[in-house]
Design a protein around this ligand. Structure first.
Ligand SMILES: NC(=O)N[C@@H](CC(=O)O)C(=O)O
Ligand SMILES: [Zn+2]
Ligand SMILES: [Zn+2]
Length: 455
């Protein structure tokens, strides 16, 4: 393993931004100090005053392999992550086959081990496979979900009965349920009402704010009844935030830790219904684009602690796939490579402080899914994995699809200013320095907390 010394950098350490140096040995952070004279590194990196922060931990990506490798695969998806400054991902189960039993899990694990250039977790899916959940947990899934309360890509949505039973099992396993909270009945009702309206923005009215709010409310009732630790995926509305904030408040008043966390996605933070005209079906994702009122509420919720994490919901489809009418086109947008650059741009625009940005893009995702205690991820401190990015916060560049690495070949953020990393370091190895320099398959599987140690 190369010993590295990063000099002439700025670090966010002990809650302040300060000049520092970082010594890396055997893939771990060995020392963080003002200056480290004793080091005798194999590699000296002069950051020239740039910032060094933890690499992103993106707990919601769809890499489409097995089964949909025209849209993405583990190699292209993980390269896209690394080039954007994300050093760990958790991949979701709506592949073909879905990751719902031992054979589909083993198949995905084999592919990821062979192709991913960054460390990864694999989530277990929840459909009619309730009898397989405990086996998936022992095999090492990071968590369960996303559990679809409404239809989305892959058609894995389940009814209230199965949802409730699944949360009971997940509670028994002491695992986390990741929930896609949209209400299927409201979605179907709205779809019927709007069946003659094929304007792209009808998608935001079919999957209305209420569609998400009611689903979150129903899910919170089941969570309270079962006591399951639960994480809401891609929260996008003021309504849902209010319910989650209230749950946190009640938990605090009852002197207990809340069982509920949530994430929001960059497309819900940096795009809105105003983008429908520009994007057409390229703006179709579930839950859908929201109006400015919801967008503002999400950034406020990141700053007030209601939103715990940012996750890309990287859901690539090719331009060919998307070239259909709004009802037939698949839902989902690519976003793993632009998550950290857009969040760094938000810091530059003073929308959130750098300390909070680091919490929601690495510290909290690691903590929620046990990646800190079990795999030394997500903490900028001695002894933890040297998963770091070096970013020059003075240079913003416009996002260009032809510079990105996803097979999607397009981005909904085209031409938006962002701050891309100059360098990405994963477990003490430079894997991106303006070009990818990582061996295919170098990424490691991060087995979940249910994995039997001696397996
Ligand atoms: N977000 C989406 O619109 N689509 C996701 C699935 C999901 O997160 O619902 C996908 O996998 O395509
Ligand atoms: Zn989803
Ligand atoms: Zn998703």
């Amino acid at each position: 393993m190369t010993d590295i010394l990063i000099t002439n950098t700025k670090v966010f350490y002990n809650n302040i931004l300060q000049p520092g140096e970082i010594q890396i040995n055997d893939g771990k952070i060995q020392r963080i100090a003002k200056n480290i004279t004793s080091a005798d590194p194999d590699l000296l990196i002069d950051a020239k005053g740039a910032l060094t922060i933890p690499g992103g931990i993106d707990v919601h990506v769809h890499f489409r392999e097995p089964g949909m490798i025209k849209k993405e695969d583990w190699y292209t998806g993980s390269c896209s992550a690394a080039a954007g400054g994300t050093t760990t991902v958790v991949e979701h189960p709506n592949t073909i086959p879905p990751t719902i039993d031992k054979s589909s899990f083993k198949e995905k694990l084999k592919l990821a081990n062979r192709k991913s250039i960054i460390d990864f977790g694999i989530n277990g899916g929840v459909t009619k496979n309730l009898e397989s959940l405990s086996l998936l947990w022992e095999l090492g899934v990071t968590s369960f979900g996303e559990i679809f309360m409404a239809e989305s890509t892959g058609g894995l949505n389940i009814d209230e009965k199965d949802f409730s039973e699944a949360l009971g099992i997940i509670k028994e396993l002491d695992a986390v349920a990741c929930i896609h909270a949209e209400d299927e009945n409201i979605r179907l009702e709205n779809e019927k009402l709007l069946k003659h309206d094929l304007s792209p923005n009808s998608h935001s009215r079919i999957r209305s704010n209420l569609c998400e709010g009611i689903a979150v409310q129903n899910a919170l009732e089941t969570i309270a009844e079962k006591g399951t630790r639960s994480h809401f995926c891609h929260i996008s509305t003021l309504d849902a935030l209010g319910l989650i904030r209230k749950e946190a408040y009640v938990a605090q008043n009852e002197g207990r830790e809340s069982k509920v966390t949530c994430e929001t996605a960059p497309h819900h933070l940096f795009l809105s219904t105003r983008d429908w005209d520009r994007l057409g079906t390229f703006g179709k994702m579930n839950p859908p684009l929201r109006d400015r009122r919801n967008v503002k509420a999400l950034m406020n919720a990141i700053n007030d602690g209601t939103v715990n994490a940012i996750a890309s919901d990287h859901a690539p489809h090719s331009e060919f796939d998307k070239d259909l009418d709004i009802r037939s086109a698949p839902s989902g947008v690519p976003g793993v490579e632009t998550l950290m650059p857009l969040m760094l741009m938000a810091v530059k625009k003073n929308l959130l402080p750098i300390g909070r940005m680091i919490e929601v893009t690495s510290r909290n995702p690691a903590r929620i899914f046990g990646l800190d205690t079990k795999h030394s991820k997500g903490v900028f401190a001695e002894g933890y994995d040297a998963d770091l990015i070096i970013v020059d916060t003075h240079t913003a560049t416009p996002i260009k699809a032809d510079k990105l690495h996803s097979k999607a070949g397009w981005t909904p953020f085209e031409n938006m200013d962002a701050i891309f990393p100059k360098m990405t370091i994963s477990k003490g190895e430079v894997i991106w320095d303006g070009e990818l320099i990582a061996e295919k398959g170098r990424g490691s599987f991060l087995e979940g907390c249910g994995c039997l140690e001696d397996e």
